[in-house]
Design a protein around this ligand. Structure first.
Ligand code: ARG
Length: 460
């Protein structure tokens, strides 16, 4: 016969190959705390309605606490033949306290149990990610205050576009990670409904007070439909998609840091502490950390793809396929958390080469748009102004000059509307200073934006 907790209807023991293939204990042991918390809440609800005596409840709670301590101290032995974290803990409890332990699973299925564990785990991970996102947001705010008033080239199509403030560029990332923070908080809200009491998929006839277990576990309420609940992994997919956006933002930042730290750009210096050397080329200082973060985005995107693909063809409700939901989520959590933490640290050790950046804004006719805007203010239709400035730029290219180098006479060849007040417009300072539309790179706007961000992250 079978020695499994579910072995009654089986006349043969499970094949060793099946046990090895189907066991998830190697990775779902990570959920032990949540499994124990869920079991304690469930036992208390059973006792409140007379399914367990007070003595049985005490034995269960004490036994579970002891098991938790053993897991934490490393002395607990996980058994692959017991499949997963749920069975490992339940079996250990029964071995320890006897019949009371065997009553714990009344009115419960592993289907609602695993959903409770996973949701409680993800709730904690959401809170941890908000903390890590706050650290990186703070790092951008510190950089934006430090470099306020300093300029750099802004790019579109990787071509020099318009001069901007370094702080403005840093605050762009601040906005991206702030949206990520909002998304995680939103994800947490939606997942924080208790599955416990949905049992296998149809609910339970035993007196398990769902409101009671939900409150005990800190859920904000209970899920509405037991069929939906047993088959739902939307919350894991939503969480992984939040992780994907975070990693994507980190990856784009990494790409810029790799580029900016090349000799060709030389815009930033990443501190030696965050770089590594070459085993052959003595002169090398490589930006491995941003490179690895950029590379690791493949893992996070892969996790999201795994989860989506896993769920797409599944009929309601629970299917064993769904055990494959954990490793991608755990890998996404580990990757995103480690990447956020080290990037925040790296940003604290990053310096901008402000002179190189300022010099870079002085070539490439980057104030051409300003000249066109100047003509617009002199009543020249914008499309006409665009053509005039385009011809002036072509003249600059032919003569190896910058717009700001041209004399008034040279400029007047392109339009009679150009007067001596044009030079204020053609300077980098003048260009940046003029862009005071809401969200623009003007000095006044960026100063305001830095101050707002400082308040939001609790600095200053
Ligand atoms: N280890 C399983 C999982 O992660 C737990 C649920 C098992 N339920 C079942 N009916 N076999 O999905």
């Amino acid at each position: 016969g079978s020695k499994k907790l579910w072995g009654g209807r089986f006349s043969e023991a499970t094949a060793a190959s099946v046990e090895a293939f189907s066991s998830s204990i190697d990775y779902d042991s990570r959920l032990y705390k949540y499994d124990i918390a869920g079991s304690k809440a469930h036992a208390e609800a059973l006792a409140a309605n007379g399914v367990l005596t007070q003595d049985e409840l005490t034995a269960i709670v004490t036994g579970l606490t002891e098991i938790e301590n053993e897991i934490e101290s490393g002395s607990f032995v996980f058994k692959p033949e017991l499949e997963d974290i749920h069975m490992n803990i339940e079996k250990a409890l029964i071995d320890r306290i006897g019949p009371a332990g065997a009553k714990l699973h009344s009115g419960r299925s592993r289907n609602d149990q695993v959903a409770v564990d996973f949701k409680l785990y993800l709730r904690d991970q959401c809170d941890a990610l908000v903390g890590l996102l706050d650290d990186i947001r703070r790092a951008f705010v510190v950089l934006s205050r430090k470099y306020i008033g300093r300029v750099m080239p802004g790019y579109t199509h990787m071509q020099r576009a318009q001069p901007v403030q370094i702080s403005h560029h840093m605050l762009a990332y601040y906005e991206m990670f702030s949206r990520d923070r909002d998304r995680i908080i939103d994800c947490r809200k939606r997942l924080n409904l208790s599955p416990l009491g949905c049992a296998a998929m149809a609910g339970t006839g035993l007196p398990v007070d769902r409101m009671r277990t939900s409150a005990a576990l800190g859920f904000s309420g209970v899920t509405a439909n037991s069929i939906d609940t047993s088959g739902d992994r939307d919350y894991a997919i939503e969480f992984a998609s939040c992780c994907t956006l975070i990693q994507l933002h980190l990856s784009r930042l990494s790409e810029e840091l790799v580029l900016w730290s090349t000799e060709e750009f030389n815009f930033v210096n990443i501190s030696d502490k965050f770089c590594t050397g070459s085993s052959i080329m003595p002169q090398k200082k490589n930006p491995d950390i941003p490179e690895l973060i950029r590379g690791k985005s493949g893992r996070v995107v892969g996790s999201l793809m795994s989860l989506i693909t896993l769920m797409k063809g599944l009929p309601l409700t629970y299917n064993r396929d769904m055990q494959e939901d954990k490793e991608p989520v755990f890998d996404a959590v580990d990757t995103v958390s480690a990447s956020l933490a080290i990037m925040a640290e790296l940003l604290g050790n990053l310096s901008f080469n402000t002179e190189v950046l300022a010099k870079a804004t002085e070539s490439g006719c980057m104030t051409a748009t300003d000249l066109a805007d100047y003509l617009v203010m002199k009543n020249v239709p914008f499309r006409e102004a665009h053509g005039i400035v385009g011809r002036a730029v072509a003249y600059c290219l032919d003569n190896s000059k910058e717009l700001a180098d041209l004399s008034l006479e040279e400029l007047k060849q392109f339009s009679g509307e150009i007067e001596s007040d044009v030079f204020a417009v053609l300077s980098v300072e003048g260009s940046v200073n003029s862009r005071n539309s809401i969200g623009g790179t003007g000095f006044k706007r960026v100063e305001e934006a830095v101050t707002v961000a400082e308040k939001q992250v609790g600095i200053g």
